[in-house]
Design a binder for this molecule. Structure first.
Ligand code: ASP
Length: 409
C-alpha cells in the first residue's frame, strides 16, 4: 500500500473491518491475531519508552523552576479541560434526559465495582510512590513509574558533571532507540486496527441483547454521550488550541490521525501512547522536552472523554431510577467524575469500573451499571479517542506557551 498516507490506510482498514466483522463473524478468528500482535508490540514498548522519555525530557528541562512552571501549566490544563468536558456532558444529559423511563436491569454482579468504590483518591495518590521501583516497572504501574522517572531525571542534573553526562547520554540513547521501534510498529497499524476492529464488531454483532437494547433508551443514552463527546472533541478543544496557541487546530487534528484512530480501535490511551508521542513530536513539532513530560502524564491522568462519560452515565442511572439530584448533588457528581477520570487507568473499560466512585458518592445503586454495560464497548472507543486528543492539544498549548516554534501554522 505504498503511496497512500498511513492514516488513510488505517481508515480503509477500519472501514473494511466493519462488513467483515458483521457478515463473516465466524472467520474473525483468522484475523484477530493481527490485532493481538499489534497490541502486544505497543504494550512491549510502553514502560521503557515512558522511563527513558521522561528522564531525558526532565534532564533537558533542567532547573527546578522550569519544571515547576511546566508542571503547573500542564496540570492546570488537564484539570480545566476535564471539568469543561464534564459540564458539557451535564448539559447534554439534562437536555436530552435519556434515562427517563429506561428499564432497570436487576441482578448485576457488583463485586468488582464495590472494590473500585472503596479505593479512595488518597490511596491512589499514595500508590504513586513505589515501594519497589522494579516491581512498579514490571507491573506497568504508570503513576509510580512517572513519579520515579521525574525524580531520577531531576537529580541526574544535580550530580557531578561526569555522571550526569553519562546518564543523560544513556537515557537519550535509549529514548532514540525506543522511538525507532515505535516507528517500526506504526507501519503495522493498518493490520493491527483491522484485526482489533473485526474482533470488536464480530463480538458486538453476536450480542443480540445489546443490539435490541440500543433501539430503545440506551440508543438515546449513546447518542447523548456521542454528541457531548463530539462537542468537546470538535469544538471546545480546537477553540482552546486556537485561543491559547494561535495555531490551526484542524491541521493539528490531521497530524494526529494515526494515534486517534489507534486510540479508537484499541480503547486504550496507554497502548496508544507510543504513537501519540511520535505524532506530537514528529508531525506537530512539539519538543521532546515538553511531550515527554506532558504525554505520559496525560495518558494516565487527563481523561476528558472518560470524565464526561462518568457524569452522563451517573445521571442516566439517576434518571432511570427516578432519583432527582439536587444542585449540590450534581456538583458532587462533577467533582467525583473528575476524580474517577484521574484515577481510571488508560486501559479498556477502566471508566466503566470507576463509575462506582460517582454512584457511591451520591448514593445511587451500583446495580445501575448493569444498564449501561451492553453499550460500553463502543462508547469506550469514542471516549478513549477524546482522551488522547485532549492530551495532544495540551502538549501543543504548553509548548506554544514556552515559546516553541511548532510545525503548525
Ligand atoms: N479506555 C479509556 C482509556 O484508555 C479509559 C476508560 O475506560 O474510560 O483512555
Amino acid at each position: 500500500m505504498k503511496g497512500i498516507a498511513l492514516h488513510w490506510q488505517i481508515l480503509i482498514a477500519l472501514v473494511l473491518a466493519l462488513p467483515f466483522g458483521l457478515f463473516a463473524a465466524d472467520y474473525a478468528v483468522y484475523v484477530t491475531w493481527m490485532g493481538d500482535i499489534f497490541l502486544r508490540g505497543l504494550k512491549m514498548i510502553i514502560v521503557p519508552l515512558i522511563l527513558s522519555s521522561i528522564i531525558s525530557g526532565i534532564t533537558n528541562i533542567g532547573s527546578g523552576d522550569s519544571l515547576g512552571r511546566l508542571g503547573l501549566k500542564t496540570l492546570g490544563y488537564y484539570l480545566s479541560t476535564s471539568l469543561l468536558a464534564i459540564v458539557t456532558g451535564l448539559l447534554y444529559v439534562n437536555l436530552l434526559q435519556p434515562g427517563v423511563g429506561a428499564p432497570k436491569q436487576p441482578g448485576t454482579d457488583t463485586s468488582m465495582l464495590e472494590k473500585a468504590s472503596e479505593t479512595s483518591f488518597g490511596d491512589t495518590l499514595m500508590e504513586m510512590i513505589p515501594t519497589n521501583v522494579f516491581a512498579a516497572l514490571s507491573a506497568g504501574n504508570m503513576l509510580a513509574i512517572i513519579f520515579f522517572a521525574i525524580l531520577f531525571g531531576f537529580f541526574t542534573t544535580r550530580v557531578e558533571e561526569k555522571y550526569s553526562r553519562l546518564l543523560t547520554d544513556f537515557f537519550n540513547a535509549v529514548f532514540e532507540v525506543m522511538m525507532k521501534i515505535t516507528m517500526f510498529i506504526i507501519l503495522f497499524t493498518p493490520f493491527g486496527v483491522f484485526g482489533l476492529v473485526v474482533d470488536t464488531v464480530a463480538e458486538q454483532a453476536g450480542d443480540a441483547e445489546a443490539l435490541a437494547a440500543m433501539a430503545g433508551s440506551l440508543g438515546i443514552y449513546m447518542l447523548t454521550v456521542a454528541l457531548a463527546l463530539a462537542t468537546h472533541f470538535f469544538l471546545s478543544l480546537p477553540l482552546l488550541v486556537y485561543a491559547f496557541a494561535r495555531v490551526n487546530p484542524y491541521q493539528h487534528l490531521r497530524n494526529m490521525a494515526t494515534p486517534l484512530l489507534t486510540a479508537f480501535s484499541t480503547s486504550s490511551s496507554s497502548a496508544t501512547l507510543p504513537l501519540t508521542m511520535e505524532a506530537v513530536e514528529h508531525k506537530s513539532g512539539v519538543s521532546n522536552k515538553i511531550s515527554s513530560f506532558t504525554l505520559p502524564l496525560g495518558a494516565t491522568v487527563n481523561m476528558d472523554g472518560t470524565a464526561l462519560y462518568e457524569c452522563v452515565a451517573a445521571l442516566f442511572i439517576a434518571q432511570a431510577y427516578g432519583v432527582e439530584l439536587s444542585f449540590g448533588q450534581q456538583v458532587l457528581v462533577v467533582f467525583t467524575a473528575l476524580l474517577a477520570s484521574i484515577g481510571a487507568a488508560g486501559i479498556p473499560m477502566a471508566g466503566l469500573v470507576m463509575i462506582s466512585v460517582v454512584l457511591t458518592a451520591v448514593g445511587l445503586p451500583l446495580e445501575g451499571v448493569g444498564m449501561i454495560l451492553a453499550v460500553d464497548r463502543v462508547l469506550d472507543m469514542m471516549r478513549t479517542a477524546t482522551n488522547v486528543w485532549s492530551d495532544t492539544c495540551g502538549a501543543v498549548i504548553v509548548a506554544k506557551s514556552e515559546g516553541e516554534a511548532l510545525k503548525l501554522s
